[in-house]
Design a protein around this ligand. Structure first.
Ligand code: IFM
Length: 455
């Protein structure tokens, strides 16, 4: 059968995970406590009291998981390293057993012909660093560079694709403003969250040359989350809310990374919350130049559209719309399935910031379709979500956007942060009682897409 949509021969088809969400072994072989260990062990923080203590037991089952990736024909696998597994005290003494786990994982992937894409920080900060102020402290940014140095020295001969941070906006706003993520700090003044955002970006900028030095001929970038933010009308109020939402979640990070400094409209907006009466005085001379270190790609995580209407400012401006709340249109996260937004964000980011190259480092959907009586998992909504999003990405490529690869979130069901195990994003089903894995129908379909390099 001939494909209707063909991707370039060197297109990288992948899947992604993150350390805390799948590894388990939270205190094995010398691993230090992370902020997520502490947060999940605190009663009331995670739905149903779930924790990542065992998660998918990937620390033990990694060989089996590589076997599944091979079965799918994945070209690449994006995973993150647990900082406290490698440096239990955040800095200083290396836990060789922890580092060896990643050495073996990388070797195993390469032996299976799967290219490793390593994310250094996907939220599980060593708790000891949090006790010193976490990302609100400049010293954590310094410690991150030491960590990046250790990991890129150890793996840099084999790993050639590096992502410094995953979704720094989520760490800053959910971790240190609303407090629904670790370390759970609620501070609506933005006093802590803005420092957090700055130190994450600064640590990225400092780490880029270190990684390049240790890992010759590698490519280095950062992953930002981005929604397709739309005003429901062209009223000033609606447009302002959409602009502020985009400013907070995307421009506050992308603008400095691409040498524009912090966006002035957002600095003014944040100042109205009172956390920084003297302005952004934690920004030191040269910081902005450091943050703007040239990168090889930007990673984008896209999940859906955020539509803004502000006629009643007392209501959540995103939810009050007469839209069909059917599973085709809304995933179980209550996120809208809006593939055109993917074409939109790819064009917008490329033409606005001109990154050298773009990866979709995450895209996927939460549907909990269970195994049927034959043991199959007919997750048609997910397969359809992926198909329409792949097509949307392809449209962007036809318009000239240099999209080089696509990582489905997620390789397998896993610990979905404050939602625990209640949300399933995987293309592989995980039975958390037995640790059995089953390829869902979406995974079988994805396998044919990879094989035919299109559909
Ligand atoms: O599971 C998360 C992932 O860790 C970061 N990006 C969004 C995913 C779905 O919420």
């Amino acid at each position: 059968m001939k494909n209707k949509i063909n991707f370039p021969n060197d297109f990288i088809w992948g899947a992604a995970t993150a350390s805390y969400q799948i590894e388990g072994a939270w205190n094995k072989h010398g691993k230090g406590e992370s902020t997520w260990d502490r947060f999940a062990h605190t009663p009331g923080k995670i739905l149903n009291g779930d924790t990542g203590d065992t998660a998918n037991d990937h620390y033990r089952l990694w060989k089996k998981d590589i076997g599944l990736m091979k079965k799918l024909g994945l070209k690449a696998y994006r995973f993150s390293i647990s900082w406290p597994r490698v440096l239990p005290a955040g800095r200083g003494k290396v836990n060789q057993k922890g580092l060896d786990f990643y050495n073996k994982l990388v070797d195993g992937l390469l032996a299976a012909n799967i290219t490793p894409f390593v994310t250094l920080e996907h939220w599980d900060l060593p708790q000891v660093l949090e006790d010193e102020g976490g990302w609100t402290a400049r010293s954590t940014a310094e410690a991150f560079v030491e960590y990046a140095d250790v990991v890129s020295r150890a793996l840099g001969d084999r790993v050639k694709n590096w992502i410094t941070h995953n979704e720094p906006a989520v760490v800053a706003w959910l971790g240190y403003e609303t407090g629904v993520h670790a370390p759970g700090i609620k501070d609506p003044t933005y006093a802590l969250a803005l420092k957090t955002a700055h130190h994450l970006l600064l640590s990225h900028g400092w780490a880029v040359p270190v990684i390049r030095r240790n890992s010759p001929n590698s490519e280095v970038g950062i992953t930002l989350n981005i929604g397709w933010k739309v005003a429901a009308s062209n009223s000033k109020m609606d447009m302002d809310i959409a602009r502020l939402d985009d400013g907070k979640w995307f421009r506050w990070f992308a603008d400095p990374l691409y040498g524009r400094g912090y966006p002035a409209d957002m600095a003014e907006h944040f100042s109205s919350f009172g956390g920084h009466p003297n302005g952004l005085d934690f920004v030191k001379a040269d910081d902005m130049a450091v943050i703007a270190a040239p990168t090889d790609f930007i990673g984008l995580n896209y999940y859906g559209r955020n539509l803004h209407r502000s006629t009643d400012p007392g209501n959540d401006p995103q939810i009050d719309f007469p839209m069909p709340k059917t599973p085709e249109h809304w995933t179980e996260m209550d996120w809208e399935n809006f593939p055109d937004g993917l074409t939109g964000i790819l064009s917008r980011v490329y033409f606005d910031y001109l990154p050298r190259k773009v990866y979709i480092t995450e895209n996927g959907a939460s549907y909990s379709t269970p195994p049927d009586e034959h043991g199959n998992i007919p997750d048609v909504y997910r397969a359809n979500y992926l198909k329409t999003h792949f097509a949307a990405a392809h449209r962007a490529m036809q318009a000239g956007i240099p999209l080089a690869g696509y990582f489905v979130w997620s390789l397998m069901d896993n610990f979905e942060w404050s939602f625990g195990y209640s949300q399933r994003f995987g293309i592989i089903w995980v039975n958390y009682e037995t640790q059995e894995r089953i390829l869902k129908d979406s995974a079988k379909w994805y396998r044919t897409v990879i094989k035919r390099n299109g559909f």
